[in-house]
Structures are given as structure tokens and as C-alpha cells.
Design a protein around this ligand. Structure first.
Ligand code: UDP
Length: 422
């Protein structure tokens, strides 16, 4: 199939709006993934409609991202932010409005790619009404997540059941790392078809400036040793481990040390509780003078922050993929990450950074110190990090692999329909 015959496809991301500002409440990797995959697929010739829930009365119903690619916001529940664990009750309304939109526009979709378990249910309902092949990406697996959280939400049993059904019935599941595939097989089901296609990053945007220029742009001291975190404020992200690691004596003894913690919404929003908790620990450990909380970092400044850092730390308790790690590596910044999930796939210990057991502040402290204390070795890791991302994790490469998969599945489903005489 060449570009001229590529068809209309739907990406569904009920709770992760691909057109929203990233870094806002609950907006993170899934939003980035859907937006970048959608835009890259459109560049390859597909007509891409990305469906999400309208979460604010002020947001336009349709956002055009460029030729052949748009976000469509459907009414499903109140037009306000709803935490993801409370959204499922509105998924039925989402399905009805999706089908109505399709009818109004007079279009037909050749394939649906769903993201996260709530959207997987939407895709499965769609399949009950019309014949359409479904591809699904989990972004997070309940079966893994619930082993690392203290309180299991009410919705857990519904989620686990839906995650099992979609694995067994979707035409294809996309695991973003071999580790995620292993979790699906060992914890969810041995049935169903899985392909491994990783997440990606923009290798032109990340890696476009050098370290000195980045520090100048951000007004950061060229002599400081900068340790950087960016991401959502969620206890699963393990920011506390990083803070306590930085509070340890071998790091505290370093002159010109700076800890920069990026991301997070305004006070009063749900992630504000975690941010306040982390700020309190920083104060209690007497680290306020060398710790900076930047708040949300804009798309424009993010590459400079990664590049300015000596080391980027991803201390998550669980991480299905972890975009932050590859964004930092694309900027040539070594990563110290938890030895879990997708981070075991992206970070190669001693080549692109180091891995440490999750929640182990002593091990994190030692790993960070090793990199800060050896500038020559750091430069070597920096080159290894950039190389690994160039070879494995560009969005264009990822979109090409997804495109090939879609073509195959659309072709198979057409054959099935012909056989059935439909
Ligand atoms: N991010 C951002 N600005 C911020 C905070 C986060 O752009 O202030 C982006 C970050 O660059 C990354 C994404 O949010 O692309 C987080 O994705 P990741 O997979 O690391 O974590 P998730 O949010 O999916 O748990």
C-alpha cells in the first residue's frame, strides 16, 4: 500500500488529550505518545483522527495538528478535569458520541488504535457494532501497578478484567518494551497477539544545543553539578527516593550541587498534594538552598533543561516505558533510573547510565555520585546515550513500524470480510 492509498484511522485516548499542554494535571507520557504517533502517521500519509474526552468547556471541540491529523474532543461526563480512576462511568457516553460523530462526518475508519484500559473498552464496544481491527497500547498495566501502590482503587477489578479481555481479543497489542510483554504474559494472559514497538522521541528537537549554551539560556551556573528530574508529581514516580538520595552525605559534600525538580501543576490540583509532600521533605532535610522547583517546563525549554543537566534521574517505582529517560539520553545526558519495566530496556547500565533498585536511596546516591565524580566517564556515557536513542527510539522509526502493522491488519481484516461474503 503506498501513501495515496493509506486510509483513515482513529487513535483513542479518552483521558490523555493529545492536544493539551503536557506537564499539566495528569498529562504525561500517554498524551505525548498519542500526539507524536498521530502526527508522524499523518506525515506518512494516513488520515488520523485522535479522539479524547472534552475536559474543559474552554477547549475547542476540534484541533487541527496539520494536514490529515486532528484531535476531536467528545462529550463524556462533565466538561471539567476528572481523575482517570473516575472516568470509566462516562465511557459509554463516549462510545455513543464517537459513533454519532462518525455518522455525521460520513467517514469510515479502517482501524482503531486504543490507548490505556479505558480506551480499550471503547474500542471493544466499537468492534461489537462495526467490523474494525483494534490495536491496543496499555501505557500502564493494572496487574503491575497495583503491586506497587498502597491503596487499590475501587475500579481495580473492572480494569483487570478489561485488560485481560483486550489482550485476548484485540487484533494486536503493542508492548513498548520486552519487559512489558513479559508482564502481560506472566500476569495477564498467555492468549492474544503481541508485537514490541517502543515509544519514541524527537531526536532533532532533543539534542539540538550544547551544554554551555543550554546553561546560558536558563541562567544556570556553568560550574554547578546539576541533577535533574522532570515528570508528573505522582507517588509512583519515586521523587522522594531522589530527594533522600541527594540528602546523603557523599552528595551533600559536593561543592556547587544543584537539584532541579521539574513538572507539576498549580497548588490545589491533585498532583499538588504530592508536590507539597516532596517540598516538605526537601525542607526537612535542609536542602532548600540547592533545590529548585521549576513547575511545568514548556516544550521550548525542555531540551535545554535536559542538556544542562549532568545527570537525569528517573526513580519510578514502576514504569511501563518512561519517555523522560529517552528524552534525556537524546540530549546526551546520562540517566540513573530504577531497575524496573521499560527503563531496563532503554537505559543500558555502564553504557548510557546506571540502574538502581527502586526506592533504594542509598543505591541512587552512589550511582549519581559515580557519574558526577567522573567527568570523562560521564562524556562517554553521554555519547552512548545519544547513540542508543538514534538507533532505536526516533518517532519516525516508531511510526514506520506502526504503519507496517496497520497495513498488515487492515489487509487481513479485508480478507476475512471477503471470505465471510460481507
Ligand atoms: N513533561 C513535560 N513538561 C513537564 C513535565 C513532563 O513536557 O513539565 C513531559 C516529559 O517530557 C515526557 C512526559 O511529560 O514526555 C512524561 O512521560 P513519561 O513516560 O516519562 O511518564 P508518564 O507521564 O507517562 O508517567
Amino acid at each position: 500500500m503506498d501513501n495515496t492509498t493509506k486510509q483513515r484511522i482513529a487513535l483513542i485516548s479518552v483521558h490523555g488529550d493529545p492536544a493539551i499542554e503536557i506537564g499539566k494535571e495528569e498529562a504525561g507520557g500517554q498524551n505525548v505518545y498519542v500526539r507524536n504517533v498521530g502526527e508522524a502517521l499523518a506525515r506518512l500519509g494516513w488520515h488520523v483522527d485522535m479522539f479524547t474526552r472534552k475536559a474543559s468547556a474552554d477547549d475547542p471541540a476540534i484541533v487541527e495538528h496539520g494536514p490529515r491529523c486532528r484531535t476531536i474532543r467528545l462529550k463524556a461526563g462533565p466538561e471539567e478535569f476528572v481523575p482517570r480512576d473516575n472516568i470509566f462511568g462516562y465511557a459509554g457516553e463516549f462510545v455513543e458520541n464517537l459513533l454519532e460523530f462518525q455518522q455525521q462526518e460520513g467517514v469510515k475508519y479502517s482501524l482503531v488504535h486504543t490507548n490505556y484500559w479505558i480506551s480499550s473498552w471503547v474500542g471493544m464496544q466499537w468492534k461489537k457494532r462495526q467490523s474494525i481491527p483494534q490495536v491496543h497500547t496499555y501505557h500502564s498495566l493494572g496487574a503491575v501497578k497495583y503491586t506497587s501502590v498502597e491503596t487499590i482503587p475501587m475500579i481495580a477489578s473492572t480494569r483487570l478484567e478489561i485488560e485481560k479481555t483486550v489482550l485476548e481479543t484485540a487484533e494486536r497489542i503493542v508492548a513498548t518494551s520486552p519487559q512489558e510483554q513479559d508482564h502481560m504474559r506472566s500476569l495477564v494472559s498467555t492468549k492474544g497477539n503481541i508485537d514490541i514497538i517502543p515509544c519514541g522521541t524527537d531526536i532533532r528537537r532533543f539534542g539540538s544545543i550544547d551544554r554551555l549554551a543550554a546553561r546560558q539560556e536558563l541562567g544556570l551556573n556553568p560550574d554547578e553539578k546539576i541533577v535533574f528530574y522532570v515528570g508528573r508529581f505522582d507517588p509512583r514516580k519515586g521523587i522522594e527516593t531522589l530527594v533522600r538520595a541527594m540528602g546523603r552525605s557523599q552528595l551533600r559534600g559536593k561543592a556547587n550541587l544543584r537539584l532541579i525538580i521539574g513538572g507539576g501543576s498549580r497548588p490545589g490540583q491533585t498532583d499538588g498534594i504530592e508536590r507539597e509532600r516532596i517540598e516538605a521533605i526537601v525542607a526537612e532535610l535542609g536542602m532548600t538552598d540547592f533545590t529548585t522547583f521549576t513547575g511545568r517546563i514548556s516544550d521550548e525549554l525542555l531540551p535545554a533543561y535536559y542538556t544542562a543537566a549532568d545527570v537525569c534521574v528517573v526513580p519510578s517505582h514502576y514504569e511501563p516505558f518512561g519517555l523522560v529517560a529517552i528524552e534525556a539520553m537524546a540530549c546526551g545526558t546520562p540517566v540513573v533510573a530504577s531497575d524496573v519495566g521499560g527503563l531496563q530496556f532503554t537505559v543500558v547500565p555502564e553504557e548510557t547510565g546506571l540502574l538502581a533498585p527502586p526506592k533504594d536511596e542509598v543505591a541512587f546516591g552512589i550511582a549519581i555520585d559515580r557519574i558526577l565524580s567522573n567527568p570523562d566517564w560521564r562524556s562517554q556515557l553521554s555519547r552512548g546515550a545519544r547513540l542508543r536513542v538514534e538507533q532505536k527510539f526516533s518517532w519516525d522509526g516508531v511510526a514506520n513500524q506502526l504503519s507496517e502493522l496497520y497495513i498488515k491488519l487492515i489487509h487481513n481484516s479485508a480478507k476475512v470480510l471477503v471470505k465471510a461474503g460481507i
